[in-house]
Design a protein around this ligand. Sequence first.
Ligand SMILES: Cc1ncc(C[n+]2csc(CCOP(=O)(O)OP(=O)(O)O)c2C)c(N)n1
Length: 597
Amino acid sequence: MASRATKKKSAPSGKLKKSAVLPMKGRDILVKSLENEGVDTIFGYPGGASMEIHQALTQTQKIRMVLPRHEQGGSFAAGGYARSTGRPGVCLATSGPGATNLVTGIMDAKLDSIPLIAITGQVPSSVIGSDAFQEADVVGSTFPMVKHSYLIQNVNEIPQVVHEAFHIAQTGRPGPVLIDIPKDIQQQETIPDFNVKLNLVGYKPNLKPAPQQIKKAVHFINEAKRPIIYAGGGIIAAEASKELRKFVKKMGIPITNTVMGLGSYPMDDPLSLHMLGMHGAVYANIAMNQADLVIALGVRFDDRVTGKLAEFCKDAKFIHVDIDPSEINKNISIDVPIQGDVKQALKMMIEQATPKKDIGPWLKQVEGWKKEFPLAYQLDKKAIVPQNVIVEAQKLADPDVIVAVGVGQHQMWVAQFWRFHSPRTFLSSSGLGSMGFGLPAAMGAQVAHPDRQVINIEGDGSFLMNIQELQTLKIEKIPVKNIVLNNAHLGMVAQWEDRFYKSLRGHTFIGDANFAEIADAFGIKSETITQPKEVVPALKRMMKHKGPYVLDVKYPYNDKSHGHVIPMIPGNHTYLDTIIDAEYNLREYWQKKGIEV
Ligand SMILES: Cc1ncc(C[n+]2csc(CCOP(=O)(O)OP(=O)(O)O)c2C)c(N)n1
C-alpha cells in the first residue's frame, strides 16, 4: 500500500489564538482533542504503536491515565465508566494484540448501547497491509461491532475525527466508536486547527416523536383494559427515568424492566413488577403475556425476554418507542411505532394521556400474581446461600451504591434480589453476557465516582477472567469491594446441565481457588467465609474498610432445584413453561388448580 504520509496543512488564518499556532505532533493533537471533549480518564495499556500517545498523556494534568493489567479490563472499565456516568468511556491500546484484546469490550458496548471510544495505535501507514509486526486490521475486524470507525490517514484530521467520534458515540442510540491511528501519524507535526465543525451527512438522528403517533398511542392507552409498561436500557440511556416515573405515577399502569432497565424505576414501588424474561419474576411474565397493551419503551424485544416469539404476548397490541428505527418491527410487529427520543415521547404522553382509572380488576389480578409467586429462596443452616448474601449486602450498603456483576447465576440473583431504585447503579454485561466484566466495570465506575461505594458481585469463574485488575485496584488506590460468590463451578452452565443434560458435567467444575490468598498476594485486604453466621459480620468488615477488598464467599454448588436460578423459562419456550419450583412448571401448576391455560 502506498504511503499515506500527508502534507502539512497551513494554519487557517485568523481563527486561532497565537499560542495554538505552534506546530504539534499528532499524539499531542490527539490528547488535546480528547481534553476538548472533556475526557478526564483513559484506561490504556501501552505498546510500540501507542507509546507515543502515552508519552503525550504524561504531559496533561487534565486526564487521569489508569493502567489496566489487560486491555480487556481496560475496555470493560471504560464501559463501567460510561454506564455509571452516561459520558463516553475511553480506552486505549496498542496495535495487534492490544487492539484485539479490546474487541470483547467493544462488542459489549455495542449490544448494550454504551458510548465507548476505543483508540488503537496502528503500525506505520507505510507498512499497513504487509502483515507487519503486531499488525491487525482492527477496523476490519470490528466493522460489524462498532457504530462507526476511523483509520486516521492524515495528521490534520485528528481534531475533526475525535469530535465526530464523541458525537456519534453519545447521540442517537449510543454505541462504540473506534479510532485507529498509525504510529507515523502520531509522530508527524502540523499546525492543528481545533475549530472543528460537525457536518455529518447521513447521520442526523431524529429525536422528535411524530405527534400523530403519540396521539395514536394515547388512544390505544385509553382503550386498554390490561396495559403494561415494558421499559429497558433506552430509558437510562435517554436520561428519562424521571419522566418514566411521572408517567407511571400519572397513569397507574404496572411496569416491568429488562435487565438493562433495572434502576430506571424504583423496584420497591407497588407498581413495579421487577425484572421480566428468562429469569424474571413469574408475575412479570404472566402480566406481560396476559396484557392487552404492551407499552415498550427503549427495549429491543430480546429473545431472553420474548422466549418463543410466536407465542409471546398473543393478545396484546404494541406501542414501541425507540430512538433506533431499525429496532422497531425487528422481532415483533408493532401497532404504534414511535421513532424518537423516549424522554420526549414520555413528556408528550404525560401531557396528553389521562390516568387509567378503569383498570382496577387488572391491577388486582397482577397484585394477586405478585403475592402468589414471590421471588424467594430457601435458607440453609449449614451452608451459605448466595441470594441471602445479596440481600444482606444491600441492607448494609450505601443507598447510592453502584453494583457490578459478572455473568452467570450470581448475575441473575443480583438482578432478582437487589432492589435497584436509581439509574446507572447496576452494571451488567447484558446483551453480550461476557464473563470477566464485573471487576473491571466496577473499577471504571469507581474511578468515575471516587466518593461512592462500588461493589462487584461476581462468580468465581467470572472473577478469574479479569482477576489481574486486582493489581490495578491496589496500585491506583481504587477501593472497589468484591464479593466473590465462589461455588467452584461455572454455575449457570452446570444448572443447564442439571436441567437439560442429566447433570453430566461437561467441564463446568473449575475447582476451588482461594481468592483471599490471591488478593493478599496483590496486597489487597481480604477474607474467606464458609458459614452462614459469618455473612453479616464479614460484609460489615468489608464495607467499613477504606481500600479495595475481596470477600471470598464459599458455598457449595447445589444441583437441586433450590440451588438453581428459578424461575426459569427454558430458551425458546413460553411463560407457561416457566419452571416455578422443583415440582411444577406454570402450566402444570395452573392445571392442577383447575385454571384454564
Ligand atoms: C467470556 C464468556 N465465556 C463463557 C460464557 C458462558 N457462561 C455463561 S455463565 C457461565 C458460568 C459462570 O460461572 P461463574 O462466573 O462462576 O458464575 P456462577 O454461574 O457460578 O454464578 C459461563 C461459562 C460467558 N458468558 N462468557
